[in-house]
Design a protein around this ligand. Structure first.
Ligand SMILES: Cc1cc2nc3c(=O)[nH]c(=O)nc-3n(C[C@H](O)[C@H](O)[C@H](O)COP(=O)(O)OP(=O)(O)OC[C@H]3O[C@@H](n4cnc5c(N)ncnc54)[C@H](O)[C@@H]3O)c2cc1C
Length: 456
C-alpha cells in the first residue's frame, strides 16, 4: 500500500475542489486533489453550462483564466415558456452571465490550480476516511487502478459533489456536521449538447419550460446560436421522470431541433435544498454540492462552489497556523457561507417547498400574470417588492388567482422571516442547536402556509 502525506487532501476536481486547492496552494501549502476520473475525463461534469457572476470569482482562479471557455456572453434574459397559458415570459437576468463550454472550463480550473502548485492524482477513488480516537479526520483511503493508497493530511476537504460518499463513512458524532440529508432534497437532472442545423433566434436567452408532469422543468441554454445545452430535471420527492425520453419528446416538438445532432450526454444529481447547517468537523470541511451550496430555485451551483472552496481553505489555513483542527477553529467557514449566499439560498428554498404543494398548471398561470422584473428579483435575490400601483395592475391581470397570490404573499412573509433568522447564524458551534430549534419553528410555519410535506 502507498501512503502520501500532504497538508490538504481535496477529494474531487470540480469547481469547489479546484478553488479550495488553489487557495491553499497559493498560501504555500502542499495540496493534492484526488479525482476518481482519468486525466482526460476530469472536468467533464453534467451542467446546464450557465455561469453567473464570474467577474467576481475568487482570485485564486480569476475570471481571466475562465474566459477562454466562454462561448456566449450575449445572454441577458430568461425566456419562460408557459404552454398551458400559451405565453412566453421574458425576464431580465441581473448581473453578468456567460454560457460556457463546461468541459473546457473544467480543464481551465484544473490547469490553473496545477500552475498554483496543486498535485492532481487521477483514477483514484476515495472509499473511506481515517479518523483518530477523538474523531478527527486525519486522511482518506482510496483505490487507484486496483491498488490501495492512503493519504494522510492536516485537513480533508470533501469536494466530491452531491450526496458525497465520504459523508457515509465519517463518524460525525463529535461535531455539529449536518446529517439531515436525504436524496429527496435533490434534483435528478440530465442534459444533452445538441448541434442544430440553423441558428436559433433565442441565442440571447436562457429558455425554461415546465415539464408536463411532476415538479420538473426543461431548459435550453445556447452555448452558441447552433449549439444548445438541452436538459431537464425533477425533484426526487416526486414520481420519477423518464429523463431521456421526456427530453427527446420535447425536442421532437420544436421545429428548430429538426435534423439536430446530439454531441454529448450526461446526467447527475444536484442539491435543491438549503445549505448544510454546518459543513465542518474536526479535520474535515465539505464544500460545494457536497454541502448543498446551490441556488435551489435556479440550480446554479458553480459560483457557490467556487466561494465555498475559498472560504473553507482560508478557515483551515487559519486553524493550521494556530495549530488546531477542531470544529470551533473552522467555524468562520460556516459563517462566511451563510453570510455570502447561504441565508439567501435557504430563503429561496421556501419557494421550492411551495412548488411541491401547488398544482403546476395553477402556478404557471399565476406566473404568467406577474411582472418580469419582480419575478427576476424573486428568483435571484430571494426577495421582491411591489409598489401599490403595480400590485393593483397585477391583481387585475391575475383575477381568478387571488387565493394563490395570497398564499404567495404569506409564503414570502415567512421566507423573509427565515432570511432574517439566517442572518443571525451563530458565531460558534455552541449556539447552533438553539439557532436550529428556532429555525425549525419557522420551517413549521413554512409547511403550514404552503401545505407542503416537511422537507427536512
Ligand atoms: C444537469 C445539471 C445542470 C446544472 N446546471 C448548472 C448551471 O447551468 N449553472 C450552474 O452554475 N450550476 C449548474 N449545475 C450545478 C453545478 O454543476 C454544481 O453545483 C457544481 O458543479 C458543483 O461543483 P462541485 O465541485 O461541488 O462538485 P462536482 O462538480 O460535482 O465535482 C465533484 C468531483 O468529485 C469527484 N468525485 C466524486 N466522488 C469521488 C470519490 N469517491 N473519489 C474521488 N473523486 C470523487 C467527481 O468525479 C467530480 O469530479 C447543474 C448541475 C447538474 C447536475
Amino acid at each position: 500500500m502507498t501512503t502520501h502525506e500532504f497538508d490538504f487532501v481535496v477529494v474531487g476536481a470540480g469547481t469547489s475542489g479546484c478553488y479550495a486547492a488553489a487557495t491553499a496552494a497559493k498560501a504555500g501549502y502542499d495540496v493534492v486533489v484526488v479525482e476518481r476520473k482519468d486525466a482526460d475525463e476530469a472536468g467533464h461534469i453534467a451542467c446546464g453550462d450557465a455561469l453567473k457572476g464570474a467577474a467576481n470569482f475568487p482570485d485564486a482562479i480569476p475570471k481571466t483564466e475562465l474566459e477562454p471557455a466562454f462561448t456566449n456572453t450575449g445572454v441577458d434574459h430568461g425566456r419562460f415558456e408557459i404552454p398551458q397559458e400559451d405565453t412566453v415570459l421574458e425576464i431580465p437576468i441581473p448581473g453578468e452571465l456567460a454560457v460556457i463550454d463546461r468541459w473546457k472550463y473544467g480543464k481551465r480550473i484544473i490547469e490553473s490550480a496545477s500552475e498554483a502548485g496543486v498535485a492532481f492524482h487521477y483514477d483514484t477513488v476515495v472509499q473511506d476516511v481515517e479518523q483518530d480516537r477523538a474523531g478527527r479526520v486525519t486522511g482518506v483511503r482510496a483505490t487507484r487502478k486496483g491498488d490501495a493508497v492512503t493519504y494522510d493530511a492536516e485537513f480533508v476537504v470533501d469536494a466530491a459533489g452531491s450526496l458525497s460518499l465520504l459523508q457515509d463513512t465519517v463518524d460525525f458524532s463529535e461535531s455539529t456536521f449536518d446529517t439531515n440529508v436525504d436524496y429527496s432534497q435533490f434534483c435528478s437532472a440530465y442534459r444533452e449538447i445538441v448541434e442544430v442545423p440553423e441558428p436559433v433566434e433565442w441565442d440571447d436567452a436562457l429558455v425554461f419550460k415546465p415539464t408536463e408532469r411532476a415538479a420538473g422543468y426543461l431548459w435550453y441554454f445556447p452555448r452558441t446560436d447552433t449549439q444548445i445545452n438541452a436538459g431537464l430535471g425533477f425533484q426526487m420527492n416526486e414520481e420519477p421522470m423518464h429523463l431521456v425520453e421526456d427530453l427527446k419528446s420535447d425536442l421532437r416538438n420544436r421545429a428548430e431541433f429538426a435534423g439536430a445532432e446530439v454531441k454529448d450526454k450526461l446526467g447527475a444529481a444536484l442539491p435543491t435544498r438549503r445549505p448544510y447547517d454546518s459543513a465542518t468537523h474536526p479535520g474535515y470541511l465539505a464544500v460545494g454540492d457536497a454541502a448543498g451550496h446551490v441556488n435551489p430555485t435556479t440550480g446554479g451551483g458553480i459560483a457557490g462552489a467556487a466561494y465555498a472552496g475559498k472560504y473553507a481553505a482560508e478557515a483551515a489555513i487559519d486553524a493550521l497556523e494556530d495549530g488546531v483542527h477542531g470544529e470551533a477553529a473552522l467555524w468562520s467557514y460556516n459563517e462566511r457561507v451563510m453570510d455570502h449566499f447561504g441565508a439567501r439560498y435557504a430563503a429561496l428554498d421556501v419557494y421550492n417547498v411551495l412548488s411541491t404543494a401547488v398544482d403546476v398548471d395553477d402556478l404557471m398561470s399565476l406566473l404568467a400574470s406577474l411582472p418580469g422584473k419582480q419575478l427576476s428579483e424573486a428568483l435571484y435575490a430571494g426577495t421582491s417588492s411591489f409598489g401599490v400601483g403595480l400590485a393593483a395592475k397585477v391583481a387585475a391581470k391575475s383575477f381568478g388567482h387571488w387565493g394563490q397570490i395570497y398564499q404567495m404573499y404569506q409564503t414570502k412573509r415567512v421566507a423573509d422571516r427565515l432570511l432574517e433568522h439566517y442572518e443571525a447564524y451563530p458565531s460558534s458551534p455552541d449556539g447552533l442547536e438553539r439557532w436550529q430549534a428556532r429555525r425549525d419553528d419557522i420551517m413549521d410555519d413554512v409547511y403550514e402556509v404552503t401545505g407542503a410535506d416537511a422537507k427536512y
